[in-house]
Design a protein. Structure first.
Length: 329
């Protein structure tokens, strides 16, 4: 291993959605510091104004490992390297493959070659900002690309999050050769979600050809979807109003939104919902003691029977737990 003091640095730069205005100052500074800039050809174009006079290494979409190897070689030669990703380098970006290449080469954090990850706004952040507030409650991201992930794995994840009522951001939804994946995703979601579930499709967020379409789960297949698109699928509470997609956080469960935010009967500000964990455990035990079977409870709450059983078997003292909650307030 080359351990010369002149060893350089790899900066994994998330450039955000593509607009320089939405790039962090640290990302700008890192590109300015770099002697070598490496990236997918489209991403290189997005930072063209910042890389004049630098050594540029352009790679195709499927050459992620080559990008990482090139970055390591340049850093071993003592150069500062900006390895750029759109969005965030750690979200479907170059951080993962770069660390794989580094570890394969024998690199450790004590190596003279330094590594810095510079975060950026991922597609789900930028697309959400353009359509309203769809990610205000629990959400997840799933890539439909099966270039490296087996389809059964992707399908299981889609089915699980659709059933669990997450808001979902679909990355890499469709390409010229991958056209059926989005159809299968829609089919899986329709097993658990209403056909009129709101969907927003954002193409090229904050770029020259930006396009936004609002549709529904049952009609999303008619929309123009490609590799530059991100598909946001709402949960059971998401709504679209006046051109804005919003997922409520749940304040209406506890507060009367029409009465100045007064707490609803049975609820207390700063405390778990009456249907939160503590209240649910009381209800669960009462229902079971009242004769409802574990299997019926599992169906009612859409939870695994073994989880219901182990929860009921766990010693549960409501008064002691409530007292502990009060003391923490």
């Amino acid at each position: 291993m080359n351990t010369e003091a002149s060893a350089g640095k790899i900066m994994l730069v998330g450039i955000g959605p593509g607009s320089v205005d939405h790039m962090t100052q640290r990302a700008r500074d890192a590109i300015a510091e770099a002697e070598v800039v490496i990236g997918y050809v489209t991403y290189i174009k997005l930072v063209a104004d910042l890389i004049e006079g630098k050594e540029i290494i352009r790679k195709s979409m499927t050459e992620e490992l080559d990008r990482a190897v090139s970055a390591l070689e340049a850093a071993r030669a003592g150069k500062k390297v900006a390895l750029i990703s759109s969005g965030d380098a750690g979200v479907y970006g170059m951080a993962g493959p770069t660390y794989e290449v580094l570890f394969q080469s024998g690199w450790t954090p004590d190596d003279p070659v330094q590594v810095e990850i510079i975060p950026g706004a991922s597609a789900l952040n930028s697309c959400a900002a353009l359509v309203g507030a769809p990610l205000t409650h629990d959400f997840c991201a799933i890539s439909l690309s099966d270039l490296l992930t087996p389809w059964p794995t992707i399908a299981r994840r889609l089915d699980a999050v659709a059933m669990a009522d997450f808001v979902v951001a679909l990355y890499n939804p469709k390409s010229g050769r991958r056209t059926r994946q989005i159809v299968e995703a829609q089919r899986l979601f329709l097993r658990h979600r209403r056909p009129d579930t709101p969907v927003a499709i954002v193409k090229s967020a904050y770029r020259r050809r930006e396009n936004i379409v609002f549709t529904t789960l049952d009609s999303m297949g008619d929309a123009d979807i490609g590799m530059l698109s991100t598909v946001l699928i709402g949960n059971s509470n998401t709504f679209v109003r006046d051109g804005l997609m919003v997922t409520p956080r749940g304040y209406a469960n506890k507060y009367d939104m029409q009465d100045g935010g007064a707490t609803r009967e049975g609820e207390r500000a700063g405390r778990s919902l009456s249907t939160g964990l503590l209240g649910w455990l009381d209800t669960l035990r009462a229902e079971h003691e009242g004769g409802t079977s574990i299997e019926a409870l599992a169906v009612q709450y859409r939870l695994p029977a073994d989880y219901i059983r182990s929860t009921l078997d766990e010693p549960w003292e409501a008064e002691a737990t409530n007292a502990a909650e009060e003391s923490e307030a």
